[in-house]
Design a protein around this ligand. Structure first.
Ligand SMILES: NC(=O)C1=CN([C@@H]2O[C@H](COP(=O)(O)OP(=O)(O)OC[C@H]3O[C@@H](n4cnc5c(N)ncnc54)[C@H](O)[C@@H]3O)[C@@H](O)[C@H]2O)C=CC1
Ligand SMILES: O=C(CO)COP(=O)(O)O
Length: 322
């Protein structure tokens, strides 16, 4: 399979960075957004990636007709908008690869992005792109590696060939569940570790929370059918480590603000949107996820940070690897 024309839906930070990556990989690229007049005129996404030039070779458009004809479509809008965005793509040819790049679970349903796509756009061949990769790093051409998953290995590999370049290295995978679970849950855990940093609870607590958070990730992954090896890879452990350790992460920074008591009322990070639905999913499946549950309780205003810490530290003693 040869993928020459790549369309990117969503001209935010990550969509613009992925459009640049695809262009560097030698693809014909169309970048679609609802309001892209300024980007098209200035060849810069000043709101999200100031100072990065968008080459004329990337077609910037608000016309969906230019998107649905692409050989592969990357959907790069927040998780909670995937259903609406997918419904705009009804004109695609059967089996067009649609690569979901958001990291979260749909509120209300608990569905992963590829499950939402399956309901909203049945003709699509679903795929996932995830891993430790800040938009600013990718846009600047700094070296990054990600995982690209599709049910069939040849499609995953074709997408890797289409997007890979000297600075952007995709690895192929067939475990879409594992890749999606890693991306969704690491954002919730990054909020937890951010809270620890913001409240000044120490580097030891941050490391402990990251490791115990990873234990939760592996438990829910197993319950959902993820392969353990996938969770040890770029899209699981790799992205957890990145997001739990860097103020560049919006989820981590939101946690820091919560820890300091300065969090904004309107919350836009993926982890905050996913925390409640992650807690609901864990309860439904009978999976213990105490850190995730406490993040959900803080985000939903059901507890405060002291209450959450006390609840976590007073849990019954147990074997570490049970
Ligand atoms: N920014 C980053 O470094 C990375 C982000 N991601 C993920 O990518 C996803 C998007 O994140 P960002 O690009 O950073 O967010 P962003 O806020 O910069 O961009 C989101 C874009 O989606 C568009 N959008 C929102 N609702 C829409 C709708 N209903 N129809 C059409 N367009 C709509 C917005 O106009 C905006 O351009 C998130 O799930 C995030 O977790 C993944 C890896 C890196
Ligand atoms: O997923 C990311 C890096 O891999 C980006 O994380 P934030 O959404 O927390 O900024």
């Amino acid at each position: 399979m040869s993928i020459e024309h790549v369309a990117v839906v969503g001209a935010g930070a990550w969509g613009t960075a992925l459009a640049l990556a695809a262009e560097r990989a030698g693809r014909r690229v169309t970048l679609w957004g609802r309001d892209v007049a300024a980007i098209a005129a200035t060849r810069e996404n000043a709101a999200h990636l100031p100072g990065i030039a968008i080459p004329e070779t990337i077609a910037v458009t608000d016309r969906l007709a230019d998107v649905v004809v692409a050989d592969a479509i990357l959907v790069v809008t927040p998780t909670q908008t995937i259903r609406a965005v997918a419904s705009l793509l009804g004109g695609i040819a059967d089996d067009t690869p649609v690569v979901l790049c958001a990291k979260g679970l749909e509120r209300g349903t608990g569905l992963r992005p590829t499950e939402v796509l399956g309901e909203a756009l049945p003709p699509a061949a679903p795929a996932v792109l995830s891993g430790p990769s800040f938009a600013a790093d990718v846009a600047a051409g700094l070296p990054t590696a990600v995982t690209v998953a599709a049910a069939e290995a040849p499609l995953a590999m074709a997408l890797c060939r289409a997007l890979g370049s000297a600075s952007f290295r995709p690895y192929a995978e067939t475990d879409m569940i594992g890749v999606e679970v890693g991306g969704a849950f690491k954002n919730v855990l990054a909020i937890a570790v951010g809270i620890v940093a913001g409240r000044g609870l120490g580097a030891s607590a941050a490391a402990a929370l990251t490791a115990r958070g990873f234990a939760e990730l592996r438990r829910i992954g197993a319950a959902l059918g993820a392969r353990p090896d996938t969770l040890m890879g770029l899209s699981g452990l790799g992205d957890l480590v990145l997001t739990c350790a860097s103020p560049q992460s919006r989820n981590f920074s939101y946690g820091v603000a919560l820890g300091r008591g300065t969090a904004p009322a309107a919350v836009l990070v993926e982890g905050a949107a996913t925390a409640g639905v992650a807690r609901m999913l864990a309860a439904k499946l009978g999976v213990e996820m105490p850190i995730t549950a406490q993040v959900a309780a803080i985000v939903e205003g059901e507890t405060d940070i002291e209450g959450a810490m006390a609840a976590l530290m007073s849990r019954p003693l147990r074997h570490e690897t049970d």
